[in-house]
Design a protein around this ligand. Structure first.
Ligand code: ADP
Ligand code: MG
Length: 242
């Protein structure tokens, strides 16, 4: 069964159709990358999955449950998702440890001791063992973004949504964050990411989706999309970014 099924999703802002009948299935352990020009609807699609936006038509199922049903428990759905955005949204007044343990403790009711033990393990695994007591402003941008990803991981989500997580970083810091995404992939995490870095997309994706003005125009493995795109708009986009 799919982890996520998006079927015929439409989203309007004012009179403008931002998503136009999106269909997308994500299998267990699959890494799907959304590419497309700025404004093509990538972030809006992720926001619909995380229920930060309501869809105007179509359905989204997570592990078989329709999460676009108006009666759905939004908080419960979000406990199954890990989301990380471009801007680091760590809580600035909390240490790294408290940032990472907050959701497990408050949302998932994990005991402090257990949450902290798990946080220590995750931070060590991703090279941040010495930053446990640091505050976000004492970390580099790359370290902050790694903590944001670890925080999202701490609740053991079924699906990770990563929206332009490397965009705000200097090139040398991108490598650090890419490393953690690669490790997650190797560990079998199911992910949907957006990026405008085609190198990352090519390396990390099982499936690449090209969005053009709210339409999912073309989808396939990176070798196919980058070497022999079928659609003229895809070719045009890739020419402009490669
Ligand atoms: P991308 O992430 O691909 O750059 P977005 O999903 O952010 O694209 O935006 C798609 C379109 O939706 C853009 O035209 C954007 O201006 C519009 N849009 C996004 N969010 C809102 C909003 N809250 N209100 C009105 N328009 C929005
Ligand atoms: Mg975006």
């Amino acid at each position: 069964m799919s982890v996520l099924s998006i079927d015929g999703v439409w989203k309007f802002f004012g009179g403008h159709a931002v998503l136009r009948g999106i269909d997308l299935d994500v299998r267990p352990h699959e890494v799907v990358t959304l590419i497309g020009a700025s404004g093509s609807g990538k972030s809006t699609l992720l926001r619909c999955v995380n229920l930060l936006e309501t869809v105007d038509d179509g359905t989204i199922h997570l592990d078989g449950d329709e999460i676009t049903d108006p009666r759905v428990n939004v908080d419960e759905v979000r406990t199954r998702l890990g989301i990380v955005f471009q801007a680091f949204n760590l809580f600035p007044h909390m240490t790294v440890l408290d940032n990472v343990t907050l959701a497990p403790r408050q949302v998932h009711r994990v005991a402090r001791e257990q949450a902290e033990e798990q946080a220590h393990d995750l931070l060590a695994r991703f090279g941040l063992a010495d930053k446990v007591r640091a505050y976000p402003d004492q970390l580099s941008g790359g370290q902050q973004q790694r903590v944001a990803i670890i925080r999202a991981l701490a609740t053991q989500p079924r699906l990770m949504l990563l929206d332009e997580v490397t965009s705000a970083l200097d090139p040398q810091l991108v490598v650090e964050v890419l490393g953690i995404i690669r490790e997650l992939k190797d560990a079998g995490m199911t992910m949907i990411l957006t990026t405008h870095e085609m190198g990352i997309c090519r390396e990390i994706s099982d499936t690449v989706c090209f969005l053009d003005e709210g339409v999912l125009l073309e989808k396939g493995p990176p070798e196919k999309i980058f070497s022999e795109p079928e659609n003229a708009r895809t070719r045009e986009f890739l020419r402009s970014v490669l």
